[in-house]
Design a protein around this ligand. Structure first.
Ligand SMILES: Cc1cc2nc3c(=O)[nH]c(=O)nc-3n(C[C@H](O)[C@H](O)[C@H](O)COP(=O)(O)O)c2cc1C
Length: 399
């Protein structure tokens, strides 16, 4: 199911297993929970706390949809493990007492180098869905990356928040629909188009749970994109329509075509190979998101953070370099900046926070990560984002 693109919701015959996710479902779950006593606050203080709250708040299939990764979840686990392998070597006595976390990405001044990644299905996580996330990002002074499948139209998101927004495009086969969608995003004030080119989520938990979008949600989603679907279509017809609506066989030409229909900056999301980064730069793309989509696509690919340094070296500042997949702490952001990212995006952390507490949750998780990053910068003598440097790290790589 996943991103609702090329979804396969009606897989019958799956045994009804526990549905317990194997990896990040264990995030904090294996630790014996401490009783919350009078002296302890029930306020979430980190991403894991929000994950627990989300698990308590959501139906299990929805929680699993957010939390789990593809097939054996090797990549999902490695996304967080790879960050933990990288060690910080802080210089002492740097005399730095204040850190400015603000930065500029593709001409947009933001309060910190942490953006919200495009996340589908948010109306299932909280009644205010993507509207709450867009507002939470705006209040925190950062960019909301809107998924094509978020559960709202570009116009609804724009009406909810005048903060900076990027639009993530899954490319419809019908290029007329694609063109009109990009034009609507532009008119609605979105500042960039992020193209996700690789499709196909295969998550065992979703298949076991027979996770599927409720009919009204799927109908709204397809209409929001601009497809001509009518209420009289049967469930099977709607599902079949959704299956064939998206282009699974894109090539680099899509970016030439996009240039002919929009002047907005264009980013490609999902880059893991330096040669793909080089190609993107040679085509004049404005930004690259080093990403394995949070381990939700092809399993067995490397952690994004392990690919970042090579890719940033290939790009040489000719395009913005962003990274997502596995960012859970301010120190992870510091590590990504040190390895060449201009900024990072978070996915699950804010999806959990949205489920736990709507807009306030999204705002809170961004503030927690901001505080953690600030402390990490002060502890390593970095007065601003630009001064976060490779020399602050001890070693990188899977070994
Ligand atoms: C529930 C969920 C839905 C997602 N939907 C989309 C999507 O519609 N489009 C997209 O490009 N990526 C999507 N992603 C991937 C995120 O944009 C991002 O790459 C990923 O979540 C980053 O990893 P993290 O969750 O470890 O932070 C989704 C992720 C989650 C958790």
């Amino acid at each position: 199911m996943g991103t609702f693109v090329g979804s396969d919701p009606a897989r019958a015959g799956m045994t009804d297993d526990t549905g317990e996710p194997q990896s990040e479902g264990d995030c904090g779950e294996n630790q014996t929970p401490k009783p919350v006593g009078a002296s302890q606050s029930a306020e979430p203080v980190n991403v894991q706390d929000f994950q627990r709250l989300a698990k308590a708040a959501l139906p299990a299939p929805t929680y699993d949809y957010i939390t789990t990764g593809s097939t054996d979840e090797v990549t999902l686990r490695d996304n967080t493990a790879a960050f933990q392998r990288i060690k910080i070597l802080p210089p002492l006595l740097t005399g730095v007492a204040k850190a400015d976390l603000s930065t500029t990405i593709l001409g947009e001044r933001i309060s910190m180098p942490i953006l919200l990644a495009p996340v589908a299905g948010q109306s299932l996580f909280h009644r205010d869905g993507g509207l709450a996330s867009a507002r939470g990002a705006a209040r925190a002074g950062t960019i909301f990356g809107m998924s094509s499948s978020v559960g709202n139209s570009v116009e609804e998101i724009a009406a909810a928040s005048d903060g900076p927004k990027w639009f993530q495009l899954y490319v419809p086969k019908d290029r007329g629909v694609a063109r009109r969608l990009v034009e609507r995003a532009d008119r609605a004030g979105f500042k960039a188009i992020v193209v996700t080119v690789d499709l196909g989520e295969r998550k065992d938990a979703d298949r076991r749970n027979r996770f599927a979008l409720p009919r009204p949600t799927l109908l709204k989603h397809l209409r929001d994109v601009g497809f001509d679907v009518h209420a009289g279509m049967s469930d099977a017809e709607l599902t079949a329509f959704n299956e064939q609506a998206w282009d699974p066989a894109l090539s680099w030409e899509i970016f030439d075509w996009l240039r002919t229909i929009t002047k907005l900056p264009v980013l490609i999301k999902g880059v893991l190979r330096p040669d793909d980064a080089r190609k993107a730069v040679s085509l004049g793309l404005d930004g690259i998101v080093v990403s394995n989509h949070g381990g939700r696509r092809l399993d067995g690919v490397p952690a994004s953070i392990d690919q970042l340094e090579q890719i940033a070296q290939e790009v040489q500042g000719k395009a913005a370099v962003l990274l997502d997949s596995g960012v859970r702490r301010g120190t992870d952001v510091l590590k990504a900046l040190a390895l060449g990212a201009d900024a990072v995006l978070i996915g699950r952390p804010y999806a959990w926070a949205l489920a736990a507490d709507g807009e306030a949750g999204v705002r809170k998780i961004l503030e927690l990560l901001r505080e953690e990053l600030e402390l990490a910068m002060l502890s390593t003598g970095c007065p601003d984002v630009k001064s976060v440097h490779r020399s602050l790290l001890q070693k990188i790589g899977p070994n």
